[in-house]
Design a protein around this ligand. Structure first.
Ligand code: BES
Ligand code: ZN
Ligand code: ZN
Length: 458
């Protein structure tokens, strides 16, 4: 990752002031008259994300609009809108959280450089007064990791590459990783992961990472790692398939959260499970009407091969609960219905534990990573009942697609304290601090919850 933060020792730096649209005259009064005039004539109104540079002697080198000052991400465009070099936030922060401001700077400064040389480097930010810069750096690195993983096309981010990425993460923080691959999945009883991925050129696998002191409470993370979702034999139309390199976005988010936990040395025992497979089409592909065995012992009739995420997750979740974790969190780009319900910004989440739900909602506010609790509506559960099997993988009727997918997962969870995030993992267009492409969503809210629950990871 390009370093977006400068140290306080850097002597050469320029200054940028935060300006509210709601208090435009008041906030601009700190500048000289010439600068104010220049800004007014240039149409500067303090709207979120607006940046303007100022000539020498203006009282600041630049201004950045923050609108109503209710969203630190308004600062996002600064890192690529201000000139290269080192910058310092000067003047009042208008109540914006200093750590979130620093994180927003780094969110906006992201450039995916694997296949393209960008014409410039992002500007660097000096430590923000009152900010926890170590936390800002951790979060920034995680966000960039998640985005890089999601943005990498399936050709370079297949099940094996995903395994390598988990192994690299384990190595960086002194954890252990391993994978159960191909036919070994059948031998070790992961039939659904195997079935979903068996038609692809690269073998499916369950990738595991373990870190931390076994005496600490066990936190299990599970991620949907479908490295490409063609839909399988129930093939997706072109428009629906176009973005499906991002179908490992749940795995990427779980890895980003694992990275935060390890980097902050949160006192937990961490186990990460990534169910990695490509949902491909081929002579060996699983079919509509097939009845799969599962790790938990439930039989699952395939109603639609495009509802593959819940299958690989079913086996991975069944494995994770065998360890009896204190907490199980799963992340998945599970349904198109979630996107229809809440759009790309808000992560819908489900939980079987009210206190955990509340903590996640609070975490979303604290981290400025909005999440929205959705109901595990018992009355819809019977829609998953199978006629020749215990359950089927897509509910009849097509109502409440995100809820029924969550209910499917619940059948594999049992009594474990659990939350499930049905995320989009993608910014459909450029917005302040949210460049088009892969995105970390929901897992920053989960991180805030974990810090609150297990303490001292700040
Ligand atoms: N990966 C998709 C869900 C998805 C689609 C996420 C678009 C984000 C954007 C998933 O595997 C899928 O295709 N789900 C189906 C389930 C249906 C067949 C029951 C869906 O949501 O349409
Ligand atoms: Zn699918
Ligand atoms: Zn999918």
């Amino acid at each position: 990752m390009t370093d977006l933060f400068a140290t306080s020792r850097e002597s050469q730096h320029r200054s940028v002031r935060l300006i509210r649209a709601s208090h435009l005259d008041e906030d601009l009064s700190a500048l000289g008259e010439g600068a104010r005039d220049l800004l007014k004539r240039g149409g500067f109104s303090g709207r979120p994300g607006q940046i303007a540079s100022l000539p020498e002697g203006s009282g600041a080198d630049a201004v950045a609009g923050v609108g109503l000052a209710n969203d630190p991400q308004a600062l996002g465009p600064a890192a690529l809108g201000l000139a290269e070099g080192v910058w310092r936030l000067e003047g009042p922060l208008h109540g914006l959280d200093p750590t979130l401001l620093a994180i927003s700077w780094a969110m906006g400064g992201y450039q995916f450089a694997r296949y393209k040389t960008w014409p410039r480097q992002p500007a660097k930010l000096m430590p923000v007064e009152g900010a926890d810069m170590a936390e800002a750096k951790r979060v920034a690195r995680s966000i960039h990791l998640v985005r890089d993983l999601v943005n990498t096309p399936a050709q370079d981010m297949g099940p094996h590459a995903l395994q390598d990425a988990v192994a690299a993460l384990a190595k960086e923080f002194g954890g252990k990783s391993k994978a159960t691959t191909g036919d070994k999945l059948l031998k070790d009883n992961y039939p659904m992961i195997h079935a979903v991925g068996r038609a692809a050129a690269e073998a499916p696998r369950l990738i595991e990472l373990e870190w931390g002191d076994p005496a600490h409470p066990l936190v299990a993370l599970v991620g949907k790692g479908i490295t490409f979702d063609s839909g399988g034999l129930d093939i997706k139309p072109s428009a629906g398939m176009r973005l499906m390199k991002k179908d490992m976005g749940g795995a990427a988010n779980a890895m980003g959260l694992a990275r935060l936990i390890m980097d902050a040395k949160l006192p937990v025992h961490l186990k990460l499970y990534v169910a990695a497979a490509e949902n491909a089409i081929g002579a060996g592909a699983f079919r509509p009407g097939d009845v799969l065995a599962s790790r938990k012992g439930l039989t699952v009739e395939i109603d639609n091969t495009d509802a593959e995420g819940r299958l690989v997750l079913g086996d991975a979740i069944a494995r994770a609960v065998e360890d009896e974790p204190d907490l199980l969190l799963d992340f998945a780009t599970l349904t198109g219905a979630a996107r229809v319900a809440l759009g790309p910004d808000l992560a819908p989440f489900y939980s079987n534990d009210p206190a955990l739900s509340d903590a996640i909602s609070r975490g979303g506010v604290a981290a400025n990573d909005p999440v929205w609790q959705m109901p595990l509506w018992d009355n819809y559960d019977s829609w998953l009942d199978g006629s020749i099997s215990d359950l089927k993988n897509a509910a009849s009727g097509g109502f409440a697609g995100s809820i029924t997918a969550a209910l499917f997962l619940r059948r594999f969870v049992g009594k474990t304290r659990w939350a499930h995030f049905d995320i989009f993992a993608w910014n459909p267009e450029d917005r302040p601090a949210r460049p088009k492409g892969g995105e970390m969503l929901g897992s920053r809210a989960a991180w805030a919850m974990l810090k609150e629950r297990y303490g001292k990871g700040k």
